[in-house]
Design a protein around this ligand. Structure first.
Ligand code: G3I
Length: 392
């Protein structure tokens, strides 16, 4: 063997040993070579594999598989709905923590980390808040105080129990909105102006010095999709850069990863480039809500279903492989894991098949593709995650 080749091989071997030696006991567990679950395979890379959790399904005694799979396959969980403002404070001044606390307890019992979702978002706000703003009984100044109080109360309640908070969610418009030029959209920007974003991060940091604070959005998986002058990924990148320049304590960018097989999709290199551009700013990244839906019609046969399952699996693969390639991509969370409990059919007419297990909890091709990605990855291209320090 030539000297240069030997040196390179030795360097990889040393890096590999160093890598294995420094593998943190993620979620309190050590890698077990006999366990093929997603969460265990993720330990090889110190990558957390997660799911959104529907609390009604978790608590349904008639549906025990749901609870069993949440516990056995995943090392991080996100509340699909129960940490949203309308759930936590349905009546003004009166909090209902029960369901969210139950998820946090479940996570502790199963050695799982919790992604907190969500602090400032324009959807699923309590009616008393939106009605109060609409009828003028809540002024914009009072609204700002209410958002401050909400973030302080919620982050304080869960202090020390949340790994990553989605502090601000979906603040940026899409090219199909009016006006089509990208802008800060929705309830908070309309009433408080875009500075609510910096405020939200500062208020969250004041209430929990250790949680990682994320901006979370969809359609930011890659740069350059669509009109370059109106690129949402670039808009979010510029926003994050601007926040950092102002000393705002943002720690990460969550790319949701809601994809559809009927659209033009990405390749791994495009997605890696986006993640690495975000992490070059000093930010962690994460996939936070991955699912890949397809158009479905009643009575579709396997000739039509199989290619959709294949295309869905390919998209899961692209996102996970890209996450593995960025050492700052800390977690990969699916937005529900079974077609039995998915937001997709209720939101998009005639769409479904979005998850990694079917309606009967049979693992689909996408599930095995994810496992393959975790198994057949390692140095030199895939190295363990670099933990992120919360920014002050
Ligand atoms: O709780 C009520 C229940 O009392 C009522 O009987 C039932 C009748 O429709 O509705 C229930 O509320 C539903 C709620 O989910 C809880 O199941 C709402 O109608 C429904 O709109 C709501 O949908 C959620 C959606 O956010 C709301 O925007 C989905 O479950 C949830 O998966 C989805 O999650 C979002 C992320 O938070 C942010 N990113 C996009 C993602 C997908 O839309």
């Amino acid at each position: 063997m030539k000297l240069s080749r030997w040196v390179a091989t030795a360097a990889v071997a040393v890096a590999t040993v160093a890598t294995l030696n420094t593998l943190p006991a993620a979620a309190g567990r050590q890698y077990d070579p006999t366990d093929q679950s997603l969460r265990n395979l993720g330990l090889r890379h110190n990558l957390y594999l997660g799911t959104a959790v529907d609390m009604a399904a978790l608590d349904d005694p008639a549906d025990p598989r749901y609870r069993q799979i949440v516990g056995s396959e995943f090392s991080t969980v996100t509340a699909e709905n129960v940490m949203k403002w309308e759930s936590l404070e349905p009546t003004r001044g009166s909090y209902d923590w029960a369901a969210a606390d139950e998820l946090v307890t479940f996570a502790r019992q199963h050695d799982q980390r919790v992604r907190g979702h969500v602090l400032a978002w324009q959807n699923q706000l309590p009616k008393w808040l939106t009605d109060g703003v609409a009828d003028g009984s809540i002024s914009n100044a009072q609204l700002r105080d209410l958002l401050h109080k909400h973030i302080t109360d919620v982050v304080t309640h869960f202090r020390g129990k949340i790994w990553q908070w989605d502090v601000v969610n979906e603040a940026v418009s899409d090219p199909w909105d009016t006006p089509p030029t990208l802008h800060y959209k929705g309830f908070w920007a309309e009433h408080l102006g875009p500075d609510y974003i910096a405020d939200a991060f500062r208020w969250a940091r004041a209430a929990d010095p250790k949680a990682l604070l994320f901006y979370n959005d969809y359609n930011i998986e890659a740069f350059g999709s669509g009109d370059p002058a109106n690129d949402k990924t670039q808009f979010v990148y510029d926003m994050a850069k601007g926040l950092l320049a102002r000393g705002v304590p943002i720690d990460g960018i969550g790319s949701q990863g809601h994809l559809g097989t009927q659209y033009g999709n990405y390749d791994t290199l495009q997605v890696v480039a986006a993640l690495k551009k975000f992490s070059a700013l000093g930010l962690a990244t994460a996939f936070t809500e991955v699912d890949v839906r397809s158009e479905v019609t009643e009575g579709m046969g396997s000739n039509e279903i199989n290619p959709r399952l294949q295309a869905s699996a390919a998209n899961y693969h692209v996102l996970l492989q890209a996450c593995l390639a960025d050492r700052h991509c800390l977690s990969f969370t699916v937005w529900g894991f079974t077609d039995k409990h998915s937001w997709v059919p209720g939101t998009f007419t005639n769409e479904g098949l979005a998850n990694i297990y079917d309606e009967n909890y049979q693992p689909k091709r996408a599930y095995n593709v994810l496992r393959g990605d975790l198994i057949y990855a390692g140095p030199p291209y895939v190295l363990p995650r670099v933990p992120q320090k919360p920014r002050r």
